[in-house]
Design a protein around this ligand. Structure first.
Ligand code: T46
Length: 133
């Protein structure tokens, strides 16, 4: 089974421009407790390199592009996010890395919980141990 779970959002825009709406229980499969966005990422920088113990997230490149690598300890897959109507669902105990940020990239992330550093697994060996439990 693929690790890449893309949710396609309806484009509600018209001849004035684009519009996409994100709603819990309509096109977002969890209660949104937090939203953050990553922008102005410096050339050549990669981010992520961690997993979460208990967190669902949806990552949307609302502008520009970046490449995600998802890894469940067995499989490792890559996806380019480059459309504002595609959301990448990332479940718990999935190692994620973000690479190849375009200069104009704005990566918005919806999260099922508030920020909690103790939910992060930032060491790959610890992640591998958690992934086989
Ligand atoms: C993820 C990927 C896709 C906060 O204080 N609150 C927050 O909501 C977030 C997301 C981060 N921070 C702090 C924690 C660090 O001191 O901001 C700093 C940078 O966070 P981090 O190095 O974890 O950022 P990324 O880009 O490596 O990872 C982020 C999310 O943290 C992570 O949950 O899945 O984006």
């Amino acid at each position: 089974m693929s690790l890449i779970n893309l949710i396609e959002f309806n484009r509600l825009g018209d001849d004035r421009g684009g519009l996409i709406s994100l709603e819990k229980n309509t096109n977002i499969p969890f209660d949104i407790k937090r939203v953050y966005y990553i922008f102005d990422t410096k050339k050549g920088v990669a981010r992520g390199f961690h997993a979460h113990k208990d967190l669902q997230q949806i990552a949307i490149c609302v502008k520009g592009s970046c490449r995600f690598i998802l890894d469940n300890g067995v499989q490792r897959e890559s996806i380019l996010l480059d459309q504002p109507n595609k959301g990448l669902l990332i479940n718990s105990i999935i190692w994620r890395e973000m690479h190849d940020f375009s200069e104009d990239c704005v990566l918005m992330v919806l999260a099922s919980h508030q920020y909690d550093e103790s939910d992060y697994i930032r060491n790959y060996d610890d992640f591998m141990t958690a992934s086989i439990k």
